[in-house]
Write a protein that binds this ligand. Structure first.
Ligand code: SF4
Length: 252
């Protein structure tokens, strides 16, 4: 049965957030965005069948990772960035908007460090509460990448098993962020979509927020073995994908 994506994020929050402490499973530097220091959060309120996060992290967040306060996370990200001479920081996941006070406190700690901060999110919690976008508007060094699952409600439900209204929340997150002046872009998982559906979504976003089209990102599956396993397990077929060693530089 389809689940309510907002309610599920709240359930997961109880497992991965304690006050201002938030669970992470690793800190790393990565090649994406031309080089970025990254914190990977534990726990997400969606259950994407193509998710690259491994099963125990996605399905059993209570038993993995460790709790960190915002100060510790800031220190870890800055230290990773400094060691590699990087100027960009990122939270990925899992879903980093779970634990709002942790995230806002972390951003506050990074305010004067001179880095670009990229928040990768599925948009569900921001789209369900405009005040979240307003809070994020206080951080001019922030860019929010809203990762949209499929090109319409049906695809969203097929890919996540969530109620179809979740798809609208992702688009609403973009609208809210855009309205309050937060730098943001849509990153659409297109590997399961027909060109026609993709075009329809592009037009929909263009009508709502024409200037976001410059940064309309098309995201494709990367067939890591555990991703392929999961797709097979759920019997999901895809139209396009990259082999892990053949991801073109423009997708990095
Ligand atoms: S939203 Fe992202 S982290 Fe969450 S299940 Fe989907 S792909 Fe995984």
């Amino acid at each position: 049965m389809a689940y309510d994506p907002v309610a599920r994020h709240k359930v997961i929050k109880r497992r991965v957030v304690r006050g201002e402490l938030r669970k992470y499973y690793r800190f790393r530097t990565d090649r994406w965005y031309g080089g970025i220091a990254t914190g990977d959060c534990v726990g997400c309120g969606l259950l994407c069948k193509f998710c690259w996060v491994r099963d125990p992290l996605l399905f059993n967040p209570t038993n993995v990772g460790s709790f960190y306060n915002p100060h510790e996370v800031a220190r870890k990200l800055l230290s990773k960035a400094r060691k590699k001479g990087l100027t960009q920081l990122r939270l990925s996941g899992g879903e980093p908007t779970i634990g709002r006070s942790h995230l806002l406190r972390l951003l506050d700690k990074l305010r004067w460090e001179g880095h670009l901060f990229i928040l990768e999110t599925n948009g569900i919690l921001i789209g369900s509460d405009k005040s979240y976008a307003k809070d994020l508007a206080g951080f001019p060094f922030l860019h929010v990448r809203v990762s949209i699952k499929g090109c319409d409600r049906d695809e969203f439900t097929m890919l996540t098993n969530s109620m179809p209204e979740g798809f609208d929340l992702q688009l609403r997150a973009l609208e809210y962020l855009f309205d309050v002046g937060v730098s943001c872009n849509p990153a659409v998982m297109i590997s399961f979509s027909s060109p026609k559906k993709l075009e329809r979504l592009r037009r929909r976003i263009f009508v709502m927020m024409p200037s976001l089209m410059e940064e309309f990102e098309e995201e494709e599956l990367i067939l890591y073995p555990h991703v392929l396993d999961r797709l097979n397990r759920f019997n999901v077929s895809y139209r396009t994908a990259f082999q892990p060693n053949r991801v073109p530089p423009e997708s990095e």
